[in-house]
Every structure is written in C-alpha cells, then in structure tokens.
Design a protein around this ligand. Sequence first.
Ligand SMILES: *[C@@H]1O[C@H](CO)[C@@H](O)[C@H](O)[C@H]1NC(C)=O
Ligand SMILES: *[C@@H]1O[C@H](CO)[C@@H](O)[C@H](O)[C@H]1NC(C)=O
Ligand SMILES: *[C@@H]1O[C@H](CO)[C@@H](O)[C@H](O)[C@H]1NC(C)=O
Ligand SMILES: *[C@@H]1O[C@H](CO)[C@@H](O)[C@H](O)[C@H]1NC(C)=O
Ligand SMILES: *[C@@H]1O[C@H](CO)[C@@H](O)[C@H](O)[C@H]1NC(C)=O
Ligand SMILES: *[C@@H]1O[C@H](CO)[C@@H](O)[C@H](O)[C@H]1NC(C)=O
Ligand SMILES: *[C@@H]1O[C@H](CO)[C@@H](O)[C@H](O)[C@H]1NC(C)=O
Ligand SMILES: *[C@@H]1O[C@H](CO)[C@@H](O)[C@H](O)[C@H]1NC(C)=O
Length: 277
Amino acid sequence: MADDGAELGRLVFLFSFLSIALGTTVSPIELCGAPNYDVWNLTSKMWKFSSPKEFCLMPRTENTTVDACEITMAFCQPVNIPLNCANAAVCESYSSSNDTFNLATYVNNPFNTTALPMGEGFGTNYGSGEIYNTTNTTCTLRTVMTFVCNASASWDISQKNEPFLSVPVKPSINFTQGPKLCTYSIKFDFAGACPVSPPGGPVSQLSAGSVLLLIFFVSLIMYFVLGCFINIVRGKVGQDIIPHQTFWTALPVYIMDGIQFALTCGEKRTSSSYQSI
Ligand SMILES: *[C@@H]1O[C@H](CO)[C@@H](O)[C@H](O)[C@H]1NC(C)=O
Ligand SMILES: *[C@@H]1O[C@H](CO)[C@@H](O)[C@H](O)[C@H]1NC(C)=O
Ligand SMILES: *[C@@H]1O[C@H](CO)[C@@H](O)[C@H](O)[C@H]1NC(C)=O
Ligand SMILES: *[C@@H]1O[C@H](CO)[C@@H](O)[C@H](O)[C@H]1NC(C)=O
Ligand SMILES: *[C@@H]1O[C@H](CO)[C@@H](O)[C@H](O)[C@H]1NC(C)=O
Ligand SMILES: *[C@@H]1O[C@H](CO)[C@@H](O)[C@H](O)[C@H]1NC(C)=O
Ligand SMILES: *[C@@H]1O[C@H](CO)[C@@H](O)[C@H](O)[C@H]1NC(C)=O
Ligand SMILES: *[C@@H]1O[C@H](CO)[C@@H](O)[C@H](O)[C@H]1NC(C)=O
C-alpha cells in the first residue's frame, strides 16, 4: 500500500510537471511579435512622424488653425498620451492645439503577417479608435499600417535614452472618410519588414509537434532524475535506484518480443509471452 501511495505521488508530480511545461513552452508563441520579421527596433521605442495638414483631424478646441499634426505610434505597448490617448496605440496631436485623438486602440499583438504577400512585409490590426464628431461627420477612427520590405530603410534606435524617436522615412498617408469609418492608411519602408530567413525557408518558431516532443523528452528526463532521487532518499542502492526498475529492465525484452511477433505475423510466440505480464 505504501508503494502505491508513492506511485500515485509520482504520477501526480509528472502530471503537474507536464502542465507547467506545456504552459511555459506554448505561451512564447502568443507573445507580441511578427514571426520571421525583425520588429525589435519597432517595439522597443515609440515612433512619431508629422502628417500634412490635409490628413489632420479638426481639433475640438475652438478657433485653432492647423498647419500640421503629429502622429505617435507604439507596438506591444500603449502610447499613454494625456487627454484622449490613454490606451491608444496610435495618437494624433498638434503643436498649435491642446488636443489629441485616439486613432487606434492598443491590442496585445498588432502584427499581421498575412496582410501582405509572404516575404514582402507585414501589416497591423489595431482596435478601433475614438468616435470623430464634427459638424459634418460622425465616424469611428481606425488605422491600418503596412510595413514594406526595403533593406536600406533602417529605423535606427541607437539614441537609447529617447523614448520617442522620429520615423526616419517619409510615410505614405491616406485618409478615407466613409459614412461610419474614417480610416488612416499609412505605409512605411522598413528594413525589419524584410524576412529574416527567405520565404519558404525555416521559420524561427517551434511547431506544435516539436513542442510536444520537447515536453516528452524533458518529462522523461525529469521522471528518471526525480525517480532516482526519491529511491536514493528511500535508501535504495544499485539497480534499485531506477524508478519502476522491473518495468524498464524488462522493456527491451518486450520490444524484441513485439518486433518478433510482428515479423512472424504472430505465429511464433517467444519464451516470455504476453500472458506472463
Ligand atoms: C472664435 O472665433 C469667433 C469669431 O472669429 C469668436 O466670436 C469666438 O469668440 C471665438 N471663440 C473662442 C473660444 O475664442
Ligand atoms: C492642456 O490641457 C490640460 C489638461 O486639460 C491642461 O491642464 C492644460 O492647462 C492645457 N494647456 C493649454 C495650453 O491649454
Ligand atoms: C490580416 O490581414 C488580412 C488582409 O488585410 C486579413 O484578411 C486578415 O483577416 C488579417 N488577420 C487578422 C488576424 O486580423
Ligand atoms: C456629435 O456632435 C453633435 C453636435 O455637434 C452632438 O449633438 C452629438 O451628440 C455628438 N455625438 C457624439 C457621439 O459625440
Ligand atoms: C463642413 O460643412 C461646411 C459647410 O456646411 C463646409 O464649409 C466645410 O468645408 C465642411 N467640412 C468638411 C470637413 O467637409
Ligand atoms: C528604400 O529606402 C530608401 C531609404 O529610405 C529610399 O531612399 C528608397 O527610395 C527606398 N526604395 C524603394 C524602392 O522604395
Ligand atoms: C535597429 O537599430 C540598429 C541601431 O540601434 C540598426 O543598426 C539596425 O539596422 C536597426 N534595424 C532595423 C531593422 O531597422
Ligand atoms: C494612397 O493612395 C494612393 C493613390 O490612390 C496609392 O497609390 C497609395 O498606395 C495609397 N497609400 C496607402 C498607404 O494606402
């Protein structure tokens, strides 16, 4: 009975270990990033660029003349700019007016690697921004970005102490005003939008199969290490240290039996037949 208890304990341990391993091995895939693209520079800073007057929204503040506006964006983190951009991923602000507009709301992982043909770059999927309400229109703001592969368009982040950097390339901006949606479409050249390994080549991401294999082997190793440890603590010596020693030493014999059974199409039963198990 005491042995059964220990056996159960080991099973419970193995099960909890498997669950933990599953949890820690699978979650990195869901972290913020774009597989096979180099988004490190993009995600480690907040980026701003100015938009020509024609694409700027009318500030809520009365009697302001707008000559230009500035758009600030962040990836994998919100921009947190006062007034209306508390949880924004993309925010419009003005030098001449004390107002901001939330153009897109923060989401955990904005990157969409299927927005462009494979290997040409990636796009973003953000939450909708705020409702833009003027005398003439009421629409929900949203922002769609595309990052196009251009190996010479490096977004340098060597100014380490500056949280906001200026986008080093001139973006292409369009603003379409529909009856319900007002959409900013913004396109950038970015060296990080060039695939890290050639399209169709190996992707630096674990497949579900390799994750399962990894879990299997890690669990197997843990089973032997912990099993031996428990047996040593119980004062066992020599071969008896191996957990479930009788099973493991008999296993090669079972396997040989199985192979022989298969090869002879079940005709020839060997000395240690299955009945004896
Ligand atoms: C805005 O301008 C109009 C006319 O130019 C003026 O009557 C009004 O008082 C101004 N409002 C503010 C808040 O300055
Ligand atoms: C801008 O808005 C903030 C918050 O409402 C306010 O404290 C500040 O005085 C305003 N600044 C100007 C120049 O209007
Ligand atoms: C990514 O973009 C494509 C093309 O715009 C779209 O069809 C797809 O639904 C997007 N994927 C996600 C996860 O939103
Ligand atoms: C939009 O503005 C109009 C007046 O300009 C107002 O009556 C309406 O309630 C506003 N709608 C929203 C959703 O803010
Ligand atoms: C809104 O309407 C007024 C006249 O009704 C017009 O002068 C103005 O240009 C319009 N604004 C936009 C953004 O269409
Ligand atoms: C790539 O980026 C560089 C630097 O920003 C720019 O001069 C060049 O025109 C871009 N090439 C294309 C094809 O857009
Ligand atoms: C990232 O920034 C570094 C400098 O800090 C620069 O050398 C590198 O080219 C940049 N990478 C991309 C993809 O822009
Ligand atoms: C903006 O519109 C022009 C002309 O319709 C198009 O060539 C360009 O690709 C568009 N830019 C974006 C970012 O959608």
